[in-house]
Write a protein that binds this ligand. Structure first.
Ligand code: ADP
Ligand code: MG
Length: 342
């Protein structure tokens, strides 16, 4: 008979990593979200070999005090929530306390941080889940996380990594999608030592137009309609592409809920329905939309990677989205040139 036993910490973290860390872009997502949660205004992302060799994220956020460094890499340890009530009103991107220990269990990991008002920086290294003692280091205020040789100790996962260009493409796409929502932060992305993207900060997070133009090009704005509507505690803003600017691929669809990029079926359905009679079959709409609502009305704790959300009042949200977008598009519909008439 097999007896029941608790799993060693390293293995627990590797199992969690299986859910959260699918590829290099997932690491970038977690690290950049941590930087934003720490109030960073400037985030630098350096990638080597599509992230398989190195992922480094540096920020100028609040940092981590020396005593907390071992906790930062411990499972289920977080500074972001403390109670069930906090979980119901999560205002940060992270809250599960799982990302760093997961990443550190499947890479050669180093975290260097200097907390606000601290007079020294500290560094902690973890090799495939095994932490070393923290040591003093040189670093300005903020945090630097280095993730080398991702999945080096999980050969099956490592084998799954795609071509360097493909993995970097996922990273770039991820940075673009986060940057669209967090316009007051500056983002710099480089690959193999070459700068790829520099996104200058806007005055505040509600100033989206410049960032949208920087990320998606002026053409996107020129061929989109502005959306701005609030009702029943819901607020939708952003841009929807004109039917004439439809795309062969669904490659310009960004929907953020309270600043978090989500892929949600209910949202997708509402958008599709609004476009139903203005898009040709097989064509895809382009949009950048931001939905804001009381955090208590949306459950973000649905999936470890937090791509999905659950709305407490799904019907209400669906109808609000559909009506708002349908309204915005009705102008385009009325003014659409008809074939055969001139
Ligand atoms: P979570 O983000 O869910 O709290 P993580 O494992 O991603 O869990 O991070 C653990 C903790 O480490 C965070 O709660 C935060 O206190 C700290 N931390 C991680 N990254 C940073 C950073 N870039 N700046 C400041 N603190 C950080
Ligand atoms: Mg996190």
């Amino acid at each position: 008979m097999s007896r029941i036993h608790s799993l060693p910490t390293e293995l627990v973290n590797q199992i969690a990593a299986g859910e959260v860390i699918e590829r290099p872009a997932s690491v970038v997502k977690e690290l950049v979200e941590n930087s934003l949660d720490a109030g960073a205004r400037r985030i630098e992302i350096d990638i080597e070999q599509g992230g398989a060799r190195l992922i480094r994220v540096r920020d100028d956020g609040g940092g981590i005090v020396a005593e907390d460094l071992p906790l930062a890499i411990a499972a289920h340890a977080t500074s972001k929530i403390a109670s069930f009530d906090d979980l119901e009103h999560v205002g940060t991107l992270g809250f599960r306390g799982e990302a760093l220990p997961s990443i550190a269990s499947v890479s050669r990991f180093a975290l260097t941080s200097r907390a606000r008002e601290a007079d020294a920086a500290w560094r902690i290294e973890v090799d495939g889940g095994k932490p070393r003692a923290r040591v003093p280091a040189q670093h300005p205020q903020g945090t630097n996380v280095e993730v080398r040789d991702l999945f080096y100790n999980l050969p099956a996962r490592r084998k799954f990594l795609r071509a360097e260009r493909t993995e970097f493409g996922h990273i770039d796409e991820l940075v673009k999608s986060i940057a669209l929502a967090r316009t007051s932060a500056e983002f710099r992305l480089s690959h193999n030592g070459k700068p790829v993207r520099l996104l200058k900060p806007a005055r505040d997070d509600s100033d989206h137009a410049q960032r949208v133009a920087d990320v998606l090009g002026e053409e996107f704005l020129a061929s989109s309609l502005r959306v701005e509507h609030a009702a029943a505690g819901l607020r939708l803003s952003g841009w929807v592409g004109l039917p004439t600017a439809s795309r062969a691929q669904a490659d310009q669809q960004y929907f953020h809920v309270n600043g978090r990029l989500v892929r949600d079926r209910l949202v997708a359905h509402a958008v599709r329905q609004a476009y139903a009679d203005v898009l040709f079959h097989g064509r895809h709409s382009a949009f950048v939309l931001f939905l804001e609502l009381d955090p208590a009305l949306v459950d973000v704790n649905v999936h470890p990677a937090k791509h999905e959300v659950r709305f407490r009042e799904g019907r209400l949200v669906h109808d609000f989205l559909y009506r708002t977008l349908d309204d915005a598009l009705s102008g385009a519909r009325a003014g659409a040139p008809r074939q055969g008439l001139s």
